[in-house]
Design a protein around this ligand. Structure first.
Ligand code: ZN
Length: 246
């Protein structure tokens, strides 16, 4: 194991945790390097509560199955952002078909969502004395959401630090990884036990379907989020389940 297995006892982090595959891997990444880790989720009027339910399932499973991390995993926070969700009015919160907008973005894009999430997270982190803000934003293999780009997040980090007189660090461990490599990172961090936990308990499907258990996990199997997850899993398996050497 490389440097990411060395915990820095005095660092305190807040993970933006939705219960999805990406944020579950981010949580493990943070637990493998920070001395104290808290989680925050956002209720913005998602169409399905499955996502919120799976957050608790993943947190419980990590506490139960990863004793080396359990004592560093602190409070979970859920912030009510339904007012913001109502402004967005996109496919994430309303019953509407998935389509691509005139800007070339899927209509699942909630304008500025990550900007708002990180601003709320920073306000919470200020109160909880948490310096590192960890999120699963990713430029690779993704739908081109402009608020997931590293440039955007660096600008926001600067704005948050100026506006709150703080020294936050926005960490995005998945930024340059493909979905297949994200599975490799999970394996590097927590072995097969973590891969199985994320496979079984994390939730990614836009439609909130849990019923079917595919080789890549639960989900409806034909929304863009399921497609991406299935493709990443199959690529990783086909490549012989490599680690990323982290
Ligand atoms: Zn789906």
């Amino acid at each position: 194991m490389g440097p990411m297995s060395e915990v820095i006892p005095q660092t305190r982090a807040l993970v933006l945790f939705s219960g999805g595959q990406d944020s579950s891997v981010c949580l493990a990444w943070a637990l493998a390097r920070h001395g104290h880790v808290e989680t925050v989720g956002f209720d913005y009027g998602q169409r399905h509560s499955v996502e919120m339910e799976q957050r608790s399932v993943v947190l419980g499973a990590i506490r139960a199955r990863f004793p080396q991390w359990a004592d560093r995993l602190g409070e979970d926070h859920v912030l009510d952002l339904r007012g913001f969700g109502a402004v967005g009015e996109t496919a994430m919160t309303e019953e509407r078909a998935f389509e691509v907008t005139e800007k070339g973005l899927p209509n699942t894009f909630v304008p500025g969502r990550n900007l708002v999430f990180l601003t709320y997270a920073a306000a919470l982190a200020d109160r909880r004395k948490l310096q590192f803000l960890v999120g699963g934003m990713c430029e690779t293999d993704f739908s081109g959401y402009p608020d997931c780009r590293r440039d955007t997040l660096e600008a926001l980090e600067k704005a948050l630090n100026m506006g709150m007189a703080q020294d936050f660090v926005v960490e995005t461990p998945l930024m340059w990884l493909t979905k297949a490599q994200t599975w490799g990172l999970a394996q590097d961090l927590g072995g097969e036990e973590l891969v199985q936990l994320i496979l079984e308990d994390s939730h990614t499907c836009y439609r909130g379907a849990r019923g079917d258990r595919h080789d890549w996990g639960h989900g409806c199997g034909d929304c863009p989020a399921c497609d991406l997850r299935a493709k990443g899993w199959r690529e990783w398996v086909a490549a012989g389940r490599p680690g990323i050497g982290a």
